[in-house]
Design a binder for this molecule. Structure first.
Ligand code: ZN
Length: 240
């Protein structure tokens, strides 16, 4: 298995087809999309640069032959600078063009940028969405406690998706949450609700070892297969 940190993960050569750059960071680093093709699922790591567990897991998936369209490192400058934000000190997960985007940060830790999609990394992610046209996006993060957040209740999702998520959270011994408990304007969750996308925010445990991340690969690949096999459509769910 190649060393994941040498060369830098966002430029590492993964087995299979070469990645396509969907954009560049503020510092000119390529933002690479692996498995670039239309599909039901898009996977993203490293939108917060200091959450390196998410970048490493994305590369472990690639090294394991994952073919799902994947942006392993959505914020390469943040990864280089070991910071949550991009080089302009914008929280990219508050910079999406959702209707609830606000210019004032709700918390100094979450600066939303001067305008929606003002940042080149946000536009690169939107270009990846345009290229893949997914119905489901999984965004990998890390936090002191691991969990999966889906801002749609189980009754708003098809049984097959709920079952696949349940199987995964059981295997990883984590919780499924409906909300992280505070508003997140301009975040991917809001953007997904507005645009009919199913968004899974997967918080890995901060400080997970490569061995612990490797153990997640098999159950996660199973979840990816299920989510990729069917197109999520919010209209499909009958209103109660
Ligand atoms: Zn994060």
């Amino acid at each position: 298995m190649p060393l994941l940190s040498d060369p830098p993960p966002w430029n590492a050569e993964a087995p299979g087809e070469a990645p396509q750059a969907v954009g560049q960071s503020v510092l000119g680093n390529a933002i690479n999309l692996y498995g670039a093709r239309e599909g039901n699922l898009l996977l993203m790591g490293g939108i917060h640069g200091d959450e390196s567990e998410s970048i490493f897991l994305a590369h472990l998936l690639l090294a394991s032959g994952c073919k799902v369209p994947l942006l392993p490192c959505a914020n390469p400058d943040g990864a280089l600078l070991r910071q949550r934000w991009n080089r302009n000190n914008v929280d990219l997960n508050r910079n999406l063009p959702s209707k609830d985007w606000k210019p004032e940060p709700l918390n100094p830790r979450y600066p939303p940028g001067p305008a929606p999609a003002s940042e080149p990394e946000t536009r690169a992610f939107l270009a990846a969405l345009e290229r893949v046209k997914p119905s489901t996006v999984i965004s990998l993060h890390s936090f002191k406690k691991s969990f999966v957040e889906i801002e749609r209740p189980p009754q708003a999702l098809p049984t097959r998706i709920n079952d696949a998520v349940r199987e995964f959270v059981d295997a990883a011994d984590i919780e499924r949450k409906l909300s992280i408990g505070y508003p997140t304007p301009g975040a991917l969750g809001s953007y997904g609700l507005e645009n009919g996308l199913l968004i899974l925010t997967y918080e890995l445990r901060r400080g997970s070892s490569h061995g612990e991340l490797q153990e997640l690969v098999a159950p996660l690949m199973k979840l990816l297969d299920e989510l990729e096999a069917q197109r999520f459509d919010p209209q499909d769910i009958p209103a109660e």
